[in-house]
Design a protein. Structure first.
Length: 93
């Protein structure tokens, strides 16, 4: 079966190159990388680089949230609870 990448226009091939590079940076260093544009995500999904159902996760908009969550974890602003009761108790404080 031929690769979807074979059906990309020359412009889409250029976009795909950028998308691949960004995805590799996100995977290596989430805190210091930028997500994909919507067009890069679309082309990445068309080429089979990313799951079409997960294109939003790779966008810069979503990656901003991922970076914020990672910073919260690093700063100790995330807590775990051994039970729901402990979680509710923490909310009440």
């Amino acid at each position: 079966m031929p690769s979807e990448e074979m059906y990309l226009s020359p412009a889409e091939h250029k976009i795909l190159i950028r998308a691949r590079a960004k995805i590799e940076r996100v995977q290596r260093d989430l805190l210091h990388s930028k997500g994909l544009t919507r067009e890069e995500a679309r082309v990445g999904a068309k080429a089979g680089l990313i799951d079409p159902d997960q294109t939003y996760w790779w966008t810069e908009e979503r990656q901003e949230g991922e970076r914020a969550a990672a910073r919260d974890v690093l700063a100790g602003r995330v807590h775990t609870f051994s039970s729901v009761e402990m979680l509710v108790s923490d909310f009440k404080r």
